[in-house]
Design a protein around this ligand. Structure first.
Ligand code: THU
Length: 130
């Protein structure tokens, strides 16, 4: 599975986006070290702050299925089904990804590959708790 293919899976996943309020569809495709793919979409709520992002939907699906070793995530977001503009992960999703992923974890956007450390260079993690 190359970057373009994984990005295509994220675009596909955005079709299930439940986003009647923002009208901004997001899809994510999370590739595990074992080669499985977990997809997610954003799921909004009339009580806006309860909205769940596509990336966290994908991570929580994977972890709840017993998978915690991740290689890459592709993210596609758009207000109009044109996914050419990059949709970077929000801070909450970066923090959740950071629980399971190292600095070199790959984040694929419409403009190509990035590393988790590009977005979250000084992250809070379990080491800070000791
Ligand atoms: N959204 C995501 O799904 N992922 C992100 O990383 C950024 C934002 C969603 C949340 C909301 O449903 C919509 O995009 C607009 O903020």
């Amino acid at each position: 599975m190359n970057s373009n293919e994984l990005f295509g899976k994220a675009v596909e996943a955005s079709a299930n986006s439940y986003s009647p309020y923002s009208k901004f569809k997001v899809g994510a495709a999370l590739l595990t070290e074992s080669g499985n793919i977990y997809t997610g979409c954003n799921i909004e709520n009339a009580s806006y702050s309860l909205t769940m992002c596509a990336e966290r939907t994908a991570v929580f699906k994977a972890v709840s299925q017993g998978e915690k070793n991740f290689k890459a995530i592709a993210i596609a977001g758009s207000p109009n089904d044109d996914f050419s503009n990059p949709c970077p992960p929000c801070g909450a999703c970066l923090q959740v990804l950071s629980e399971f992923c190292g600095d070199d974890f790959i984040i694929i956007l419409s403009d190509g590959e990035h590393k988790l450390s590009d977005f979250l260079p000084h992250r809070f993690n379990s080491e800070n708790l000791h």
